[in-house]
Design a protein around this ligand. Sequence first.
Ligand SMILES: [Zn+2]
Length: 334
Amino acid sequence: MKRVSFDLVGNDGVKEYLSQSVQNGKTAHAYIVEGRAGSGRKTLVKQLLQALSCEEENVPCGKCGNCLKIGSGFCVDIYTVKVPEGKSEITVDIVRDMISGMMISPNDLDFKAYIIEEADKMNNNAQNALLKVLEEPPADIYFFLITENASKLLPTVRSRALILRTAPLTEAQMLTVLKNNGIPDNAKAKDAVKAARGSAGEAISIYRGDNEISKNRAVCDGLISILCSGIGSKSEFTGAHHRYFKKPEDMAAVYDLLLGAVRDCAVIRKSPRSELSYFRTEDDAEIMMAAISDKAALQMSEVISEYLYMYEVPTNHAMTMTEFSSRLWDAHLL
Ligand SMILES: [Zn+2]
């Protein structure tokens, strides 16, 4: 009998369950893998597929032909569906295209696998098209629907698949994952782990500075420094808006963070040691705390909230940026 062990930090319950399923030859034909992005969902699927196809005794060995092919992401029998670049949903055409290839026999493996990333982005027509194959699945085919929130899938789809849930990792587990990815256990790594709240993938992105969140945080830190360093000016503040925010959504994403920072200041004053939303520690908030009064924080919250409320309404973006940056500047001086 195969001995299965997954090389994945955390999620012991799911790993144990899947190991038993593979050992007993009782895997389901369709799984919904639910959990936060970066919590190990795709790694788990990959290793399960390796375990199912690996010829060794201890699986997945990670070294045989099948393991290597699957590990590299270039196995022709594994088909991945994603939301197309620049689009917001997975349409029925994409799902039909996927289904049309299902009758062709596998090439390298004994089975074929279909992985749908952000499965909840399938629109209803797409999910209904998929439902037909989930109801009467062709032989030797596995489906993996990856999602952050299984309840966003149609109940009919949910009832045809087994739900596996990956849990957020603890900070210690995340540091182990970072270490496995060649990241040293230093203060920067610890900050990234704190900010990523249970998602090792996100912690790695934050550490390397290559994700949207860390970019937005950097812009937000920049705005705070112009506002609060004592050497910035209103025109510099407005200029930064025009430089950074090509679209209203860009500005809204950063204003959302800025609102968290302003609220943190108010929260720290009222009850120290409370949960912060933007700053990692009270010390990080020091410069902003020193520069803005309670009255300023309140007025700034109002200006930012007003923008977040209206930014989707079409207006002249350049004029709106000038107006709000100017009002925010005035508010911070109160
Ligand atoms: Zn192998």
